[in-house]
Design a protein around this ligand. Structure first.
Ligand code: BTN
Length: 244
């Protein structure tokens, strides 16, 4: 069965929409919405989602291997968003571990990967992508962090349908590739876009701060940090990384 493609005018969250109807959706089904009333970001933050400006998309991808094998998935989705920008001819963006898509002036896209199912058995990922195509002054003010959009990077606003089409294509192809080959197929591209490599960083955990220099990512998607005691592997997504 082929993945379905749904365009909603308004939902609470495209990822919640997939979550509720997951059992009846085919693999690689995608849900887009013109606007979200309760768009979700990472760490319980919200994702402002007014109509007419941006792309809000979620995709269901099932895996047989279990989520033990999916550690690099959210980084791979970052690479997939970078491929989307390249396909649109837009330059000047890069990746901040684990999966923020940034330009020099701020965040361009957010990625939210939610996993359900078994550790070593059938599982499913709901992959949500919010892509800033054209932001308003109000959005810049409300975002709570520096944000940027494709219109600014490209010099003029790209057609939103072309952006959505490029993202859908890159996701369908890229997620199949991830299923066949894992993060290994993405690691070189990730390195090309890695904005933290060679940068002095501080990694903030619940009660710890680690200082070092970014040294890329490993084949499982962990951040490598060069410290006084050698290279440390930062696994958890429950840390936040800042330029020191
Ligand atoms: C982040 O915090 O950076 C992740 C933001 C993810 C936003 C997208 S928009 C489409 C999908 N639906 C949601 O509710 N969230 C994701």
């Amino acid at each position: 069965r082929m993945g379905t493609l749904e365009l909603h005018w308004e939902v609470d969250s495209t990822s919640s929409e997939i979550q509720r109807r997951q059992a009846s959706l085919a693999d690689l089904s995608m849900v887009l919405a013109e606007t979200q009333t309760a768009g979700r970001g990472r760490r319980g933050r919200r994702w402002l989602s007014p109509p007419g400006l941006n792309v809000y998309l979620s995709c269901l991808k099932r895996f047989d291997a279990g989520f033990a094998a999916l550690s690099g998935l959210s980084l791979a989705v970052g690479v997939i968003v970078m491929r989307t920008l390249t396909a649109l001819g837009i330059e000047g963006a890069g990746l901040k571990w684990p999966n923020d898509v940034l330009s020099r002036d701020g965040k361009l896209a957010g990625i939210l990967v939610e996993l359900g199912g078994e550790y070593q058995g059938p599982c499913a990922a709901i992959i949500g992508v919010g892509l800033n195509v054209r932001l308003t002054d109000a959005l810049h003010e409300q975002a709570g962090q520096p944000v940027n959009d494709l219109a600014t990077l490209a010099g003029n606003a790209p057609d939103r349908n072309c952006v959505a089409a490029a993202l859908i294509t890159a996701l369908a192809e890229g997620l199949d590739q991830f299923e066949r080959e894992g993060f290994a197929a993405f690691v070189n591209e990730y390195a090309r876009y890695d904005l933290l490599s060679g940068e002095p960083l501080s990694v903030h955990g619940a009660n710890t701060v680690l200082e070092g220099v970014g040294a890329g990512v490993d084949a499982r998607g962990a951040l490598l940090l060069k410290t006084g005691e050698g290279v440390q592997r930062i696994d958890s997504a429950d840390v936040s990384v800042r330029r020191a």
